[in-house]
Design a protein around this ligand. Structure first.
Ligand SMILES: *Cc1c(COP(=O)(O)O)cnc(C)c1O
Length: 379
């Protein structure tokens, strides 16, 4: 089955009680049992809920995995992955990553004696250098946030496999429409469904997808034991969002391309980060593992002045100044003072998050209007 068909049909079936074509919002905490041990597959909604189960089956199908698990946020999903580890274990992570991921690694899990190494993963040798007997997990985000570096998932998968460690990929920016990491050698895929999967800026949610039975058992054990689940209303919203993921992503990609090509020609713009540009340093890797290049575009301005960036984000009218991304409406952000403020300045600049860096989540409005808006702000 092709992507759009799976997105609409997998995991969902008409409600057995009423025939409702949309999976109902099962707003219930518990389920009446006919007798001890005689139930219909649901006992308590922390453990499982029919609306959540439909979403979990749907995301598993479109990521080409076997099992999905939904959480109260992307970070709760990340929390579940790291809880698969034990004190003394080590993780090798992308150095250029979502600020909240960095924060949970450093300020929460280091206290539990899990060690994190942050390396530039464009260079797989940098990963191999940090490997030791305690390494249990490689954590990759690609495209990276916010400088859109592309990490070679196949190369990391080989390193993980030959060292018998796990590879987890944060697939939030690409979505399964553009990239399916489980097909490329990853063991775990993670999403902030808050972003493109939900797609309408109306829900906060995290998802994990795995193929392996043993890993799934561990994942559901932690989901149930830690209890960081999401409610059925949010599951309904994200299920609905996924039904149009393929349509939205086509428009995000088309607009992303138009804006990247506009920016690269503008005299006040210095660097443009969009993996679809032939000048992008990882363009070839991007082409090999992504089906298109997405709607996230970052750029810096000539002279790299903080003041210029602050003025641009103030002057745009269609782009709303906000954290988050992946909704139908365009957003603009200033990573060094917003999403990535939690990362120390020197580490930030090493990863290319300089003072003038601006990140765009290009929505699905008409490209001409978005470009006109950026043009007046840049001039
Ligand atoms: C937003 C985001 C997260 C965190 O997800 P929440 O739903 O906000 O908890 C993780 N990774 C990436 C790439 C994100 O954009």
């Amino acid at each position: 089955m092709k992507f759009g068909t799976k997105a609409i049909h997998e995991g969902v079936s008409p409600d057995s009680a009423t025939g409702a074509i949309m999976t109902p919002i099962y707003q219930t905490s518990t389920y009446v049992q006919e007798g001890v041990g005689n139930h219909k597959g649901f006992q308590y909604s922390r453990t499982s809920n029919p609306t959540r189960s439909a979403l979990e089956a749907n995301i598993a199908a479109i990521e080409n995995g076997n099992y999905g698990a939904a959480f109260g946020s992307g970070l709760a999903a990340i929390d579940c992955i790291i809880k698969m580890l034990s004190p003394g274990d080590e993780v090798i992570s992308t150095n250029d990553l979502y600020g909240g991921t960095f924060r949970i690694f450093k300020t929460i899990f280091e206290k539990y004696d899990i060690k994190f190494h942050f390396v530039p993963m464009g260079d797989t040798l940098a990963v191999e250098k940090k490997l030791n007997d305690n390494t249990k997990l490689i954590w990759a985000e690609t495209p990276t946030n916010p400088t859109m570096k592309i990490i070679d998932i196949v190369a990391l998968g080989k390193i993980a496999k030959s060292n018998n460690i796990l590879l987890a990929v944060d697939n939030t920016f690409a979505t399964p429409y553009l990239q399916t990491p489980l097909d490329l050698g990853a063991d775990i895929v993670m999403h902030s469904a808050t972003k493109y999967l939900g797609g309408h800026s109306d829900a906060v949610m995290g998802l994990l997808i795995v193929k392996d039975d043993k890993l799934a058992k561990e994942m559901y054990h932690i989901q149930n034991s830690s209890g960081a689940i999401c409610g059925p209303m949010d599951c309904f919203l994200v299920l609905r969002g996924i039904k149009t993921l393929h349509l939205r992503m086509r428009e995000h990609c088309k607009n992303g391309k138009a804006i990247a090509e506009f920016l690269i020609k503008h005299p006040n713009v210095d660097n443009v980060y969009w993996p679809g540009l032939p000048s992008h340093p990882n363009h070839e890797v991007a082409k090999s593992q992504m089906r298109d290049f997405g709607g996230m575009v970052s750029f810096t301005t000539v002279g790299n002045k903080l003041q210029d960036a602050l003025e641009i984000v103030k002057k745009v009218k269609l782009f709303s100044l906000a954290e988050s991304l992946g909704g139908v409406e365009s957003l603009i952000g200033h990573p060094s003072t917003m999403t990535h403020a939690a990362i120390p300045k020197n580490q930030r600049e090493e990863a290319g998050i300089t003072d003038s860096l601006i990140r765009l989540s290009v929505g699905i409005e008409d490209a001409e209007d978005l470009i006109a808006d950026l043009e007046q702000a840049l001039n």
